[in-house]
Design a protein around this ligand. Structure first.
Ligand code: KIV
Length: 259
């Protein structure tokens, strides 16, 4: 089991994937992955919503519990859902507490501006915090959609400044999503904590991907995604083969039936 303090800037890249359920978590528990993210992307990937804004604390708790049951030995980060850090310190602290009780080792907070005190309070209370900057999907309405961030000098400087603020607050790592590679690389050299990139190029300390994208289950393929498997095709082939076997009476066989 890793701890937040094991996330360091060194030559060994940090690997992270999302996971939302027990079955996949069980497989990941046997894998080489360094960390699992119970991301609020589950609102889109699992529940079919068009964004992450409808994800509730109850959903995050339930999925975090399932992932912890499947992956007892992995470092798990759980996302603070939309607005859970914006309704005052007590609600934020209760929400983070629920995620930690559900089995998370750390929480992830999107953005920083206006949340500095709350992030500091989490860290002082013993809750490791992972930051998330760049394309922060909970803010997509303000960002003009799901698109590359940090374009232009002002935007670049603001992202660097936000990374410094987060680092000074004491986050152990920062997810940087959809920013030009040169900027991600610059941010990585400016801050002491490891940057975990997604759509941020190769010059950062680690990478995170949505598991369903990595496995080729999801249909849309963003530029920054690589399908390391074609599970959608394999699943379709398997299900159609099952249908054929049922229809031609070859399933179940005698051996697969109780005599
Ligand atoms: O919710 C999520 O899956 C995420 C990753 C895309 C970084 O935040």
């Amino acid at each position: 089991m890793k701890y937040a303090s094991d996330f360091k800037k060194d030559n060994q890249k940090i690997t992270m994937v999302t996971c939302y359920d027990y079955s996949f978590a069980k497989i990941l528990n046997d894998s080489d992955i360094d960390a699992i993210l119970v991301g609020d992307s589950l609102g889109m990937v699992i529940y079919g919503h068009s964004d992450t804004l409808k994800v509730s604390l109850e959903m995050m708790v339930s999925h975090t519990e399932a992932v912890r049951r499947g992956a007892p030995n992995k470092f798990i980060v759980a996302d603070m859902p939309f607005l859970s850090t914006r309704k005052g310190l007590e609600i934020a602290m209760d929400s983070a507490h629920s995620l930690m009780k559900a089995g998370a080792n750390a929480i992830k907070v999107e953005g920083v501006r206006g949340q500095e005190k709350i992030i500091l309070a989490f860290i002082e209370a013993g809750i490791p915090v992972m930051g998330h900057l760049g394309l922060t999907p909970q803010y997509y309405q303000n960002l003009g959609g799901f698109k590359v961030q940090g374009k232009g000098l002002d935007a670049e400087e603001e992202l660097i400044a936000q990374s410094r603020v987060l680092t000074n607050l004491g986050v152990f790592s920062i997810v940087l999503e959809c920013v030009p590679s040169f900027l991600a690389s610059k941010i990585q050299t400016e801050v002491d904590v490891p940057i975990i990139g997604i759509g941020a190029g190769v010059n950062v300390c680690g990478q995170v991907l949505v598991l369903n994208d990595l496995l080729g289950i999801t249909e849309d393929k963003f530029k920054f995604v690589r399908h390391f498997s074609c599970l959608k095709k394999d699943i379709l082939t398997s299900v159609n083969s099952y249908c054929d076997s049922v229809r031609d009476h070859s399933f179940p066989s005698k051996e697969e039936s109780f005599q």
